[in-house]
Unconditional design. Sequence first.
Length: 227
Amino acid sequence: MRNPFAGTGRLAATSCPEPPITEGGIPRTREYLAAAVKCLDRAWSAHFSRAGLRFRAPAVRFHEELPEYVCGVRNPHVDALYCIERATLVFPLTGMWIEDRTDLYPLRTAAHEYGHHLQSLTGIRRAYETRAQRRGVPEAERERLRRRYELQADCLAGVFLGGVRHSLARTGRDWEALSDTLRARGDDPGYRTHGTGANRVRWFERGLGTVSPAACDTWSAPPSRVS
């Protein structure tokens, strides 16, 4: 698969201080996520403009809790999601993924879902779906393609966090804790869609360290790197 990010360079450093998720005992999750998306728009629109790529900001929807059906899917049971057909980021404002958290996981999750928007803008998603839906493709290969898709979003999330890292009031322990959380959220043995914990951390940290979306080419990686 062609890498549309090849030759586009590093994501420029962007100032993105985190607002509090809870302030004075009052949840501020909507304000936190709105600020994160605004910063994501700013960082990635500038990168696309420099690279000569066409950019369009996603729409955003907030829910206190996810409704029974989201984007045509019943009970998605996810932290947040990107609705492909509507180019919309969908965020619940409650739940363990964001309520009362003091770590980087909510910001990383927003950046991961935004990564799926970038995949749609660049044609990566369309190419992935074309390959996965081809007649005769074994189920194991479909799962591997899905993991390449998801792990690339993990890496693009790392690129963004690398670009704003200087403006986050975070310690080394905060970054270690985020890696530990990602490692713990690897696939269950019978549900292999996002990659092992080790590979999720590997691709996220690749993006974080390089700050280059071109480094997120999961499609040419060997199978062991997308297991």
